[in-house]
Design a protein around this ligand. Structure first.
Ligand SMILES: O=c1[nH]cnc2c1c(-c1ccc(Br)cc1)cn2-c1ccccc1
Length: 449
């Protein structure tokens, strides 16, 4: 059961509250969501999970609603999974919901105690002190750090967009009733929870660590943040926003080194590369994106690709957007590397994400230097990024929620423009591929992941 003690070596705190690790063992973290339905708990859980995984923390969301829905004997209760299922005096429904939470916590304990995970996100309402007390006990018994994220929201517009975007199509209602009925039923479900709702108070536990997010990040209350992961979580939550916008990503046009099959360098565009730059300028004349910002790497081929965009787009040049540094292999072709450094070629093929070129970088290094770029992209509205293949693979892996091992294999052809539009739980993505002969853009769309 989740209440049994853990086998892991444990940390303890010194008199100042700083962790003292016997052998540098990191204490796994449990992030616990709190809030009424339709307050963005799943939105935060998924987005936070994606960010933490991308920065290298093995993270998983445990959504109690999904456990409830898969629970066999809850099947019949589901068909009434309308508001009455969630009424506090529906005893057997309450039992099902409690069992689902218990199974989710057992799985969380396994995930963290086995060392498979570093962070678990417990996505449920957790709206009573009693429920939170159970979780705090569970964390104590498993020597896990516990951080509560409470989303408090009384802005009807935000709640309405949530119910419309994600509740109406939820599995609880699929095919059972019309959208209007589902919406009305969901509002009743919220009323049921309100009867029992006890907002977090620091008095409920002397070591309580939490952040209250108010009205989708308009304001925050942060209390007793402990450790690296919790401070990264607070920082992330203070930088995201819900406003709709698009992020455009493109590699530079074809360069002289591309034409010769040579890696890296700082060569100018070829004639074809210049054609792409001209077409890119025309694309944004026609698309006329509101207040578009342009972020370029500091390589000549990237700056030349952006040269036909309007000056008022405030092109900024980020070194962090430069191509992966191939070190001793800069300027070589893959054949050169195979002949001169066969062992390097084998090592790279064995683990393309962690492989670092001698005197150069690995994909893992590029992800680290892109973290500030990702954080600034989260803060901004419409942005066009003009960069390089390895860099765009890292950025796309973040928005597509791809595993880091697959990151180095994401396909990004030359002369193609990716338009990302982040949605609640996924990204809409359109790829415009330029046909150099006709000057036409071929468009293909997808929902990712
Ligand atoms: O605070 C909310 N209240 C109702 N809904 C919400 C939120 C947030 C939210 C919460 C915290 C932060 Br930092 C940023 C956004 C996102 N959402 C959401 C809206 C539409 C669809 C899916 C989720």
């Amino acid at each position: 059961s989740p209440l049994e003690t853990t086998k892991r070596k444990v940390a303890h705190s010194d008199q100042h509250g700083f962790s003292v690790f016997p052998d540098q063992v990191r204490v796994p973290n449990v992030i616990v969501m709190v809030g009424l339905p339709a307050r963005g708990k799943t939105y935060i859980s998924k987005k936070l999970c994606r960010y933490l995984k991308w920065t290298g923390f093995k993270t998983k969301v445990f959504n109690v609603g999904e456990y409830r829905r898969t629970d066999a004997n809850a099947a019949d209760a589901i068909h009434g999974a309308n508001a009455s299922f969630f009424s506090p005096d529906n005893a057997d429904a309450l039992k099902v919901r409690t069992e689902a939470a218990g199974r989710a916590m057992e799985d969380m304990a396994d995930y963290l105690n086995s060392g498979a995970g570093a962070v678990a996100i417990f996505d449920a309402t957790n709206t009573t002190k009693f429920r939170r007390k159970t979780i705090i006990e569970f964390c104590k018994n498993n020597t896990l750090r516990c951080f509560f994220i409470e989303s408090v929201c009384d802005d009807p517009a935000i709640i309405d967009s949530n119910v419309t975007d994600v509740k109406v199509n939820s599995p609880d209602y699929k095919g059972l009733m019309s959208a209007e009925q589902a919406k009305e039923d969901f509002m009743n479900r919220i009323e049921n929870y309100k009867k029992q709702y006890e907002p977090i108070e620091e008095s409920e536990d002397e070591k309580l660590s939490f952040i209250k997010v108010i009205n989708a990040g308009r304001s925050f209350k942060v209390h007793q943040v402990q450790g690296h992961v919790q401070s990264r979580v607070v920082y992330f939550l203070m930088n995201i926003h819900l406003l709709p916008r698009s992020i455009f990503l493109t590699r530079h046009g074809e360069s002289e080194y591309n034409a010769m099959g040579r890696l890296g360098g700082d060569s100018p565009l070829t004639e074809d590369g210049r054609k792409y730059a001209v077409a890119l300028g025309e694309f944004f004349e026609e698309e006329s994106v509101q207040n578009l910002r342009v972020w370029c790497s500091q390589k000549v081929r990237a700056a030349q690709t952006a040269q036909y965009l309007r000056p008022e787009m405030h092109a900024e040049y980020w070194k962090a957007l430069d191509e992966l540094d191939a070190g001793i292999c800069e300027g070589l072709t893959y054949e050169d590397i195979q002949q001169r450094y066969p062992k390097q070629a084998d090592d790279r093929a064995a683990d393309k994400y962690h492989y670092r070129y001698p005197s150069g970088e690995s994909y893992e290094d590029v992800v680290s230097r892109l973290e500030p770029v990702i954080m600034e992209l989260e803060r901004q509205a419409n942005v066009l990024v003009v960069s390089h293949q390895a860099v765009l693979r890292c950025i796309l892996a973040y928005f597509y929620d791809r595993p880091l091992s697959e990151l180095p294999f994401i396909d990004i052809p030359l002369h193609s423009l990716v338009k990302l539009t982040p949605r609640a739980y996924h990204c809409d993505s359109t790829i415009y591929k330029l046909d150099l002969e006709t000057g036409e853009w071929d468009e293909t769309s997808a929902q990712l992941p």
